[in-house]
Design a protein around this ligand. Structure first.
Ligand code: ADP
Length: 423
């Protein structure tokens, strides 16, 4: 059985891909599993990221799922466990960052761990325990108004302490700047003071790289995806093109988009302006009972043999609001996700083997519709979005190259550039 170096548990789907992407770039071969796998690992990889959907569910349920993921990762021989959450520390007053961290510590008999969402590449920095998003504190960044996890306190020691029974402390930037030995010394000092979890300051990738060696022996690390850049070196791994190597790509090309984010709207426009073959899906026609899936596949079939096709429900804010007003926000969302996912499956049935999906929720729906359980992580297209390779249940032995782009990621030319990267 292949031996796993790093076992990761991510509290949401696109966050898992973000972490996997950072690990690959730092030299690890990584598989992302959708939920806890039912069977043992059968790929030669250095790390597995188990993607859960546990960010905002009840703490007890989040703990149960996370412990199930831990047990599977331990059974694969994982030498270190990484609990990944959002770089804006998305949590409710009850958790789930604190409760899951403590449950994992207990299960691993781990008396000390770190917590740092710092991800300088994405402008998330932590200084004196305060989290900044861009140039402002977390609670001025818009996150104070998040519908599910409003973050009104930027002081992470306070935020995490309110979710934990164990004592939370701080390894501040003055220590981190002095390097791994100083961090290790500070950890011993904190342990002596009864601290079990330390928020770690980091304002640059250099800080994260200094942190790496100091946490090499920790059974559990908890962080955003940033800390990942300093870990592969602890296992003797360096960045290499080998880490992101995927099987050769071939087959037909398509993009499906259910994202209405600003960046995706620009990407759809860019694809059309370049003369790409594109078809818009009208939510009101789906709601009226028209078989939009069959109609779309009939449109795509003769075209996709010759060129990439784009199918999109992407629309601007005003149009989205109007559809939501008529159909209901959740009903419209779920209906469109189902439709886009069925089209994605139909396209793969017709020979598409290179598929770009735009939209976080839309990606979840497409992965499910294609029966994908695991994805091997490949080369990055744009920051945070790698190509992946995955088996599907469309037909025996059918695998696809798939890129899952969450809303605001990617440059304007993403839908064109993606296929160039794979070539
Ligand atoms: P993003 O990553 O940009 O947030 P998601 O796929 O996560 O994209 O979310 C977009 C949501 O909007 C999905 O639920 C999708 O079904 C829904 N949606 C897509 N197109 C439309 C539309 N034209 N009108 C209303 N809702 C839409």
């Amino acid at each position: 059985m292949p031996k796993l170096l790093l076992g990761c548990i991510a509290d949401d789907f696109t966050g898992a891909t973000d972490l996997a992407n950072n690990l690959v770039r730092a030299g690890m071969r990584v598989v992302q599993a959708i939920g806890v796998p039912a069977t043992p690992l059968d790929a030669e990889v250095d790390a597995v990221v188990v993607a859960l959907k546990s960010r905002t569910i009840a703490p007890a349920e989040a703990i149960e799922q996370s412990l199930a993921a831990l047990r599977w990762l331990q059974a694969q021989g994982a030498q270190q466990i990484y609990f990944k959450y959002c770089s804006t520390f998305d949590s409710t007053p009850q958790g789930n960052i604190g409760p899951v961290t403590e449950a994992l510590m207990e299960a691993l008999q781990c008396d000390f761990t770190i917590a740092t969402p710092a991800f300088p590449d994405n402008k998330r920095t932590v200084f004196k325990g305060y989290l900044f998003a861009g140039d402002v504190l977390l609670n001025e960044s818009g996150m104070q108004n998040h519908p599910l996890t409003p973050m009104t306190d930027p002081n992470l020691v306070r935020v995490l302490q309110a979710q934990c029974k164990r004592k939370v402390g701080l390894i501040d930037h003055a220590v981190v700047a002095r390097g791994a030995a100083a961090i290790t010394e500070r950890i011993e000092q904190l342990k002596g003071e009864g601290v079990a979890i330390a928020i770690v300051d980091a304002v640059s990738n250099d800080d994260l790289l200094r942190l790496g060696p100091a946490i090499a022996k920790m059974p559990l690390v908890t962080a955003g995806s940033g800390v990942a850049i300093g870990l592969p070196a602890n296992f003797g791994l360096a960045p290499s093109s080998q880490a992101s190597a995927l099987p050769a790509a071939g087959g037909l090309r398509a993009v499906v988009s259910g994202s209405c984010s600003l960046a995706t709207n620009r990407q759809v426009l860019d694809f059309i302006q370049r003369g790409g073959a594109a078809l818009a899906i009208d939510p009101l026609r789906i709601a009226a009972g028209v078989d939009v899936v069959a109609e779309t596949l009939a449109w795509a079939t003769p075209l996709v043999d010759k060129q990439p096709v784009l199918v999109y429900s992407t629309a601007e804010a005003g149009a989205v609001k109007s559809v939501q007003g008529r159909l209901g926000i959740e009903e419209a969302g779920a209906m469109i996700e189902r439709t886009v996912a069925a089209i994605a499956r139909g396209l793969v049935e017709r020979g598409v083997r290179r598929l770009v999906v735009a939209g976080g929720e839309t990606s979840g729906a497409c992965v499910q519709a294609l029966g994908i359980a695991q994805m091997q992580i490949g080369p990055q297209i744009d920051p945070g979005v790698p190509w992946c390779h995955a088996g599907t249940d469309v037909a025996a032995g059918t695998s696809v190259h798939i890129a899952l782009k969450s809303g605001n990621f990617g440059g304007d030319d993403f839908f064109t550039k993606a296929f160039t990267v794979l070539a």
